[in-house]
Design a protein around this ligand. Structure first.
Ligand SMILES: [Ca+2]
Length: 293
């Protein structure tokens, strides 16, 4: 009897060990789940923050650089009033990369159509609320902004392999509507290649350069091509015949094949048949000196 009792005890101990093991396993899984949920919440908080709107009251700022210099160093949406604007406009201020950048174009996920008419490009369109929303600030606003000071343009690009490149152009200017929002830009620096001037290849420059290019949309053809580049390449842009940069093109997601090179193209980096993942176009006064933080 004693012996049988002992065997029973052993069996019971064995059974409890197995149960303990499975409880431990469940606890580990629950901890992993809690950690995942916490990470997720932090991500939400972070993206909500970048999508915040900052109300600066009645203060008037002509661009994001003034807001930054005044001490607001968080990226997000603000109201500004460029000197020539009649009313205040909502803009996204990027306070990274030295701060003070007024963002006028963003591509991130293909959620907005950029194949739009002249009037949409004139007044602006897209998602001006989300942290990573896609938008065009509007050609009138772009003209007003770039007429009030000497601005530097910075273009940030990202591909689907996670690589980042940039292009900076001095003295970026967009003319008024009467002159079809004609584009002007100065000296290039960066590591993405000089797609805007086409200087990477002198033989393509005459047809691919965007210097002094007039803006075209699917309903307004100001390009130098016998058909319509904007219709074929599916976005409004300073098109020649047609482009070596098409940052308002169709959101294809990486390598693509199509009738024309209508993707989000930056030719010197990925060629005509690769559509980029994200783009940001932003401006800051040339005189801007970032605060030493
Ligand atoms: Ca044409």
């Amino acid at each position: 009897l004693m012996c049988l009792y002992f065997i029973c005890m052993l069996n019971e101990i064995q059974r409890l060990r197995v149960e303990l093991k499975s409880l431990e396993l469940r606890q580990t899984k629950q901890q992993q789940l809690i950690q995942r949920l916490m990470n997720h919440n932090q991500m939400d908080e972070h993206s909500l923050k970048a999508g915040s709107f900052y109300d600066m009251g009645d203060n008037q700022y002509m661009d994001c650089a003034q807001i930054f210099k005044n001490g607001s160093t968080l990226s997000g949406f603000y109201m500004i009033k460029p000197l020539l604007n009649l009313t205040r406009i909502r803009v996204y201020c990027d306070m990274t990369e030295g701060g003070g950048w007024t963002v006028f174009q963003r591509r991130s996920d293909g959620s907005q159509s950029f194949d739009r008419d002249w009037n949409d490009y004139k007044i602006g369109f897209g998602d001006m609320k989300s942290a990573n929303g896609e938008f065009w600030l509007g050609n009138d606003n772009l003209h007003y902004l770039t007429s009030q000071d000497d601005y530097t343009l910075r273009i940030n690009l990202e591909d689907f392999e996670g690589s980042h490149r940039f292009a900076v152009y001095k003295t970026f200017k967009v003319d008024n509507e009467q002159n079809h929002y004609q584009l002007q830009f100065g000296v290039y620096t960066g590591n993405a290649g000089d797609a805007l001037s086409g200087s990477y290849h002198p033989e393509v420059q005459w047809w691919a350069s965007h210097q002094a290019g007039k803006f075209s949309t699917r309903d307004r053809d100001n390009d130098r091509y016998d058909r319509s580049c904007a219709q074929e390449d599916k976005g409004g842009w300073w098109l020649n015949r047609c482009h070596s940069a098409n940052l308002n093109g169709f959101y294809h997601r990486g390598p693509y094949s199509a009738v024309t090179d209508d993707g989000i193209v930056w030719y010197p980096w990925h060629g005509w048949w690769y559509s980029l993942k994200s783009v940001q176009m932003k401006i800051r006064p040339a005189s801007f000196e970032p605060n030493d933080v």
